[in-house]
Write a protein that binds this ligand. Structure first.
Ligand code: SAM
Length: 280
């Protein structure tokens, strides 16, 4: 029985209230994350208790307060029921990820996307993950691909600290995490490192501002995974146009390998990824 059916069955919510409620939620480790519309605030504890009763693995139920905000893309939440903690350990693709849901960005909805890229990685590849957060991309790649070496760069100090913990938690030896702004960290890194085989850019809101940095770190015939948000009808041409502008400036050409929709962000607005190969 899904949540809406459970709420309807015991007449916990009226038909009108049920129509206002989406009924879908994310489960990160032991924490269920709900979206409660303003009109249902008086029913939020009851909804949360119902979620708690429905899932043995859920120990805490929270609701989102506002939306992801700021440079660090953080999301505030309020605890509604269960244990009073915002820290948990989530498992995806043979990888354990410890995180505080308010202190670092993390989305369970990107697990398929992380695995999609992991499955493209060839033996011996060296990879750079810009905007690595608590290191879900680096850790999933390390556990599910034959990559030789993976670098992750994250601005958020708390997120970086969880990333370091996650490397230990998963006994990973081929991931190196650096804390700081990719704009300053990448140029320093490239003084000692060879250009990378693959660069991943999971910052869809602003990724085009960082395409120059990504291009400066990728080798000839290397691949960039560029995330973007686009309006329905503009996919994939709006994102490819951004890539074209950046490549022209950097004096390289490119071949688009894949264009994928990997989530919806708002009505008729999609999170997309363009995989493209660079030719210097
Ligand atoms: C959308 S989140 C993705 C995090 C992680 N890759 C994941 O999938 O869970 C983008 C991340 O980029 C980080 N960030 C934003 N600007 C940055 C910059 N200039 N340099 C490094 N990291 C940055 C944010 O702190 C945030 O953790």
């Amino acid at each position: 029985m899904n949540l809406k059916q459970a709420l309807a069955e015991k007449k916990k919510l009226t038909k009108k209230q049920l129509d206002l409620f989406k009924g879908s939620y994310d489960i990160v480790g032991t924490i269920a994350i709900l979206e409660i519309p303003q009109e249902l605030v008086k029913k939020e504890k009851l909804i949360a208790e119902t979620v708690l009763a429905q899932h043995k693995q859920v120990k805490t139920v929270v609701k989102k307060v506002g939306i992801h905000h700021g440079e660090l893309r953080l999301q505030k939440v309020k605890i509604l029921a269960g244990e009073k903690t915002k820290e948990t350990t989530h498992t995806e693709s043979k990888t354990r990820l410890k995180l505080h849901i308010e202190k670092v960005y993390f989305s369970v909805r990107l697990s398929t996307e992380r695995l999609r890229i992991a499955q493209q990685i060839k033996p011996g590849e060296r990879i750079l993950v810009m905007f690595s957060g608590c290191a879900p991309y680096p850790c999933v790649f390390a556990k599910n691909s034959p990559a030789k070496e993976i670098y992750g760069i994250e601005l958020n100090e708390e997120g970086h600290r969880y990333g370091l913990e996650n490397i230990k938690l998963n006994k990973i030896k081929n991931v190196k995490l650096l804390q700081g702004d990719v704009r300053t960290v990448v140029p320093k890194l490239m003084k000692t490192e060879q250009p990378f085989d693959r660069v991943v850019m999971p910052l869809p809101r602003d990724a085009s501002d960082f395409l120059d940095t990504a291009l400066s770190s990728v080798k000839n015939q290397g691949i960039i995974h560029f995330y973007d948000f686009v309006q329905e009808g503009e996919f994939p041409k709006a994102s490819i146009a951004k890539i074209e502008t950046a490549c022209k400036k950097a004096r390289c050409s490119f071949n688009v390998l894949n264009t994928v929709k990997c989530g919806s962000y708002a009505p008729r607005r999609f999170r997309v990824c363009i995989d493209f190969e660079i030719v210097w």
